[in-house]
Design a protein around this ligand. Structure first.
Ligand SMILES: *Cc1c(COP(=O)(O)O)cnc(C)c1O
Length: 466
């Protein structure tokens, strides 16, 4: 199909072709010979081929993100602005106390973002140069970058494609004398097997920092994720389920650890029990990662919606999952029995092109978007991106590691994750969290759109060429 086709003539052309095709199958000579009942309606033609995207039921109104309620949310933020106290003070502390209580941890420290919540946690749990940190490859780039920032090397453990989470049966084979920590990710907001991971960590004396940057209020056996590890890290970036623009948090039951993190996030100035052996004042090695008062005010406003919105997302996800499971070749995430709540930052499923007449994932995504359903193919394999080789040739890494540990080819071989490659490169598809805030009929719209593409998969493939 040439791009230069004008939309209307292209639509007619395709419609004609589809009808001619149908006519040929039916042994009818020409389009005009078809009885009206046999003629396709424009809404039956895939939107990607120029048909009408409007399919029953009603066209959805996807929710914009972030949400903001002028009357309910603005007074507290304006109060902060007018106070002139913008740098970290009482509102930040209030957010931290609220968040610690929400997760069920003793303490919380906010940071500038989730990435630095993880760096701060790892550093203050003693992770650094010469160490290895086990992570899954199916995550946001921030996870391995946080490990590298500490001077440690990320070691990738493949995922279980059914859950999209780290396959914990493959952790122990990756443990070396240099392994110091596991940084599991609750990707999509779906909890990983954190209890199993804690057992492995205990057995091998490893630190655990949970990347719960997509998992606000997610639970394993009625306990919030982020509260299992030595530290749990959250993100409040704009796309996240509690958006503040930027922001992050660390939770922990270890008060001395949170005091160290506090000091680290405030130029190393002694805080609480965190005083180094070398004296008070600027007592410790540190940096600056403080949240602002207006970010915290926005966060407190967003927090009021979080519980109800999480329930809406979970209800829609459960419905959508059940409907999509009826479609051959669409395989939504599997939920383990220990999972009692899911935050659903993403709704992930796998696409099997064999059930769509070989239509490529790329063409499927294009078709689904054309029908009016925002969708994405998700992450690329993070164990194979250039940032690793770049980190390994930095001055710090070359001073910290023996050359054989920085041999990128050997590293790549040790870090092969074939299941993750298939998920990333061929199968994964996501809807983002705001899609799950829609109505039941919006979910039906998604299902109808996918069914329509499946019905027309052959002709779409022919027209798009893949
Ligand atoms: C968003 C995210 C992060 C990083 O959070 P920022 O606030 O953007 O730094 C880390 N891990 C995962 C899985 C995330 O989704």
């Amino acid at each position: 199909m040439k791009k230069s086709f004008k939309k209307d003539s292209r639509r007619k052309f395709i419609r004609q072709n589809l009808l001619t095709g149908a006519a040929a199958i039916l042994g009818v000579k020409a389009t005009s010979a078809l009885s009206p009942s046999l003629q396709s309606k424009e809404t039956d033609i895939p939107a990607v081929l120029g048909g009408k995207p409007a399919i029953p039921p009603a066209k959805p109104q996807w929710k914009n993100w972030p949400m903001w309620d002028v009357e309910a949310d603005e007074p507290s933020v304006i109060k902060v602005l007018r106070s002139g106290v913008w740098s970290r003070a009482n509102v930040v502390t209030e957010f931290e106390d609220t968040w610690a209580k929400t997760i069920g941890s003793k303490r919380c420290l906010t940071t500038v973002n989730g990435t630095n919540a993880m760096i701060c946690s790892l550093v203050n749990l003693g992770i650094g140069g010469g160490d290895e940190v086990i992570i899954p490859p199916y995550t946001f780039i921030a996870t391995p970058q946080a490990v590298l920032q500490t001077g440690a090397i990320p070691v990738f453990v493949d995922i279980d494609p059914e859950t999209f989470q780290m396959d914990i049966t493959k952790i122990e084979e990756k443990i070396t004398p240099r392994t110091r920590a596991i940084l599991p990710v609750h990707i999509a907001g779906i909890p990983c097997d954190i209890e199993g991971i804690m057992k492995i960590a205990k057995k091998h004396n490893l630190v655990v920092v949970e990347d719960a940057c997509q998992a606000w209020l997610s639970e394993v056996n009625h306990r919030k994720v982020g509260s299992f590890g030595d530290a749990g890290c959250f993100s409040f970036q704009n796309s996240k389920n509690i958006p503040m623009g930027e922001g992050g948090a660390i939770v922990s039951d270890d008060e001395a650890f949170i005091d160290r993190c506090y000091s680290y996030h405030n130029y190393g100035i002694a805080h609480g029990s965190a005083i180094s052996n070398f004296g008070r004042g600027a007592s410790m090695y540190g940096t600056k990662l403080r949240l602002t008062e207006y970010q915290a005010a926005i966060g407190l406003a967003q927090l009021k919606r979080l519980d109800a919105q999480t329930t809406i997302r979970a209800n829609n996800a459960a419905y959508l999952k059940a409907e999509l499971e009826k479609i051959a070749g669409i395989i939504p995430y599997k939920l383990a029995s220990y999972i009692t709540r899911v935050s659903f930052h993403l709704f992930p499923f796998r696409y099997k092109k064999e059930s769509f007449e070989g239509l490529s994932r790329q063409a499927f995504l294009k078709s689904l978007a054309a029908e009016g359903v925002p969708c994405s193919g998700g992450y690329t394999p993070l164990n194979k991106q250039p940032y690793l080789a770049h980190a390994f040739q930095t001055k710090n890494f070359r001073k910290m590691y023996a050359p054989e540990l920085l041999d990128i080819d050997a590293y790549n071989r040790r870090n092969e994750c074939p299941q993750n490659d298939i998920v990333c490169n061929e199968e994964a598809i996501w809807f983002t969290q705001n899609i799950l805030l829609g109505s039941r009929s919006d979910m039906d719209f998604i299902v109808a759109a996918i069914r329509k593409i499946q019905k027309n998969a052959g002709s779409i493939k022919k027209a798009l060429g893949s």
